[in-house]
Design a protein around this ligand. Structure first.
Ligand code: WTA
Length: 648
């Protein structure tokens, strides 16, 4: 992150966004001073079966409950109400396959699909409160499955289709999913990604799953268990089977999404029905100010929170048209993204700094091959965006006329917490700053001791007040919820990031303050990767850390101690990497694996990851007085020297 001069470099943006920020300021102030009135209006973005009575029940902190007494159904809000309006024949999704095929699904088409799948799920015995797991590629059935679950009140957990079988099994186990919805496979870089096979391996290790619904997508041969598996097309007919939407309580869970933390066990972040939906729909409106006829493309994967909130729930609640693309952004050529923008005349593009930096490396000739003039707003998410990438995006993609909406948020926050609010008046932008908090968000930057730091000084970002989109708890682990997020700075939500607030009140997000990595925008836990490494027979110890990477943000480096038989195996490292890939998924595979005889440890035997990282990156290792022996430090240095030699 180039921290540099926070106050300069303000770029002009298009005339029509020069609304100033007075509307933003007054809206923001009202959200904090008159929350009741503010949220009464903001929550009318949804149709409620019964209006809420109390805005916030904070009688049992930190288990905050929003819009209590309110009843609603999210699938009704995302689909049914549009079908009864002039949006009936409007495209909800324009699906684009990697091979260029397209499928347009209207709101009416989505309505039929959601009802039919909801009906099939009911016929297979799923009812309100049951958990189901979705493991699908970026195809129409993905949002359909999420909405069908919401329709019947089943809590879904969507697992990113790049996860391996052990990661999937952990999530099935923790969520106690009774059903899995998957596909035979997906497409990526012109190849088939096996999905059903991975599901089979994961389900075998668990005991809760009764049925697996399989979408035929790739059409390749897959194993099929007739007693358990059913084909999607056999249970979901084309005719229409209406299913009455279940009337849900505002604080019934809508979904569980697993994310990485500082221990090996992923955290099941639980989001609510009412608060979450109000939050995502409003934040999308505030930040991006989409027009009814805009084409919106959030190029994230549905399996992450960005996809949940801004490919599925927010755009559908708002009745917008989204692009849904299955495939790589550089396949078959590095102009793929720009080609799709041109072909579908996309108006708002929302992607990650890693994607921008990747495409930037290929040079401006690729975007220059396409007409990108329909773009009016560009978004960024998932990791800090460095000013150089910001400027390239702004100039080469947006033609110097599209505001960059850098949205800062987390799986836990449900939707944006800090982002320019175009819909409320665009502030002058500063490349690399996510600007100001969304209405309802009350951030503060603290030092080690919980004291607020002066402007311009780096500290930990925390929040003094809850907001409607904030997660309700961690699945099966309310204690960990309290401990992880609310104990560091009592009474506040602490999210694990560093930030600076400059003299003009702009927020600059500076990355994780804990043992969580951001690799290509993917949130990974160092301990998760270490656990996967030592689950390989022959690996005795492991220390994993993130190394700054100009494209991916961070790359994964592992130092391991192995038993002698593995030491002499020339294929050893390749086998270890494959093991991580199959268990956790390709995004977890370390970029560098170094074998050493020992790792630095404290006298009580704890591996000092901090020291490994500092030594390997050539930084001062800090206080190593508790180190058991310094031999391991020398060895790390030697391993890195050796690696550098090979790398040239
Ligand atoms: C990081 C992704 C800087 C941050 C939506 C956070 C960002 C973590 C930004 C959450 C941004 C996300 N600028 N950092 N605009 N957006 N982050 O849960 O470290 O996958 O804590 O949610 O991503 O990652 P998660």
């Amino acid at each position: 992150m180039e921290e540099g001069n926070f106050d300069s470099d303000v770029l002009p943006t298009e005339e029509r966004y020069h609304l100033g920020i007075s509307t933003y300021r007054s809206t923001y102030e009202k959200s904090l001073s008159s929350p009741e009135e503010f949220w009464r209006e903001a929550s009318s973005i949804l149709d409620w079966n019964r209006p809420w009575e109390k805005l916030l029940d904070d009688s049992n902190p930190p288990f905050y409950r929003w819009f209590t007494g309110g009843k609603l159904n999210v699938s009704y809000n995302a689909v049914d109400r549009h079908v009864r309006s002039s949006r009936r024949n409007k495209a909800a999704y324009i699906w684009v396959a990697e091979n260029g095929d397209e499928k347009i699904v209207t709101y009416d088409g989505l309505y039929r699909r959601v009802n039919n799948l909801a009906n099939a799920m009911k016929n297979l015995g799923i009812s309100k409160g049951d958990r189901i797991l979705i493991y699908l590629p970026m195809i129409i059935e993905a949002p359909v499955a999420m909405l069908a679950a919401a329709r019947i009140g089943a809590v879904f957990s969507f697992v990113f289709a790049g996860f391996g079988s052990a990661a999937l099994a952990d999530r099935i186990e923790d969520s106690k999913a009774r059903m899995v919805i998957t596909a035979d496979g997906g497409f990526r870089n012109g190849k088939i990604v096996e999905l059903k096979k991975t599901v089979d391996e994961a389900v075998e290790r668990t005991s809760s799953v009764r049925n697996v619904i399989v979408v035929r997508h790739t059409g390749h041969e897959i194993p099929f268990d007739d007693g358990r598996d059913v084909w999607y097309h056999e249970v979901v007919p084309n005719s229409m089977n209406f299913v009455e939407p279940e009337v849900m309580d505002s604080n019934d869970p809508l979904f569980i999404l697993y994310t990485s933390g500082t221990t090996g066990k992923p955290k099941g972040v639980v989001h609510s029905t009412g608060g979450y939906s109000v939050w995502v729909a409003n934040t999308m409106k505030w930040a991006f100010n989409p027009d009814e006829n805009d084409r919106w493309w959030c190029a994230a994967d549905i399996g992450w929170i960005t996809g949940h909130s801004y490919i599925v729930f927010a755009p559908l609640i708002l009745g917008l048209t989204s692009i849904l693309y299955e495939g790589s952004i550089v396949y078959p050529a590095p102009d793929r993204l720009w080609e799709i923008v041109e072909r579908y005349r996309v108006n708002i593009l929302y992607t990650s700094p890693t994607a921008i930096r990747t495409l930037m490396r290929f040079g401006e000739k690729y975007p220059a091959m396409h007409d990108l003039s329909t773009l009016s707003v560009l978004g960024s998410v998932g990791e800090p965006i460095n000013p150089a990438a910001w400027k390239w995006y702004y100039q080469k993609i947006g033609g110097g006329k599209c505001p960059i909406v850098d949205t800062y948020w987390q799986t836990e926050t449900g939707g944006f917490v800090i982002a320019p609010a175009l819909g409320l008046g665009l502030p002058p932008l500063k490349p690399g700053s996510a600007t100001f908090p969304m209405p309802g968000i009350d951030p503060v930057i603290l030092d080690e001791n919980g004291k607020e730091v002066p402007s311009g000084q780096k500290g930990y970002i925390a929040y003094r007040k809850p907001w409607p989109g904030m997660f309700m708890t961690l699945n099966n682990d309310p204690e960990r919820f309290k401990e992880t997020y609310f104990s560091r700075f009592p009474g506040m939500y602490y999210c694990g990031d560093y930030a600076v607030r400059d003299s003009e009140g702009y927020y600059w997000l500076l990355g994780r303050a804990d043992e969580v990595l951001k690799v290509s925008g993917h949130r990974l836990g160092t301990v998760e990767i270490e656990d996967a490494l030592i689950s390989f027979d022959g690996v005795v110890e492991a220390a994993v850390f993130g190394k700054p990477d100009p494209v991916k943000g961070e790359s994964i480096v592992a130092f391991i101690v192995v038993r002698p038989e593995l030491h002499s195996d020339t294929e050893g490292v390749a086998k270890i990497r494959l093991h991580v890939r199959e268990n956790l998924g390709p995004i977890y595979v370390p970029d560098e694996v170094h074998i050493v005889a020992s790792l630095p440890k404290t006298r009580s035997g704890k591996i000092m990851r901090r020291v490994v990282k500092a030594v390997a990156l050539g930084d001062m290792p800090g206080d190593i007085s508790t180190l058991e022996s310094s031999a391991s430090v020398d060895e790390i240095r030697a391993a890195i020297e050796e690696f550098k030699k090979q790398d040239v």
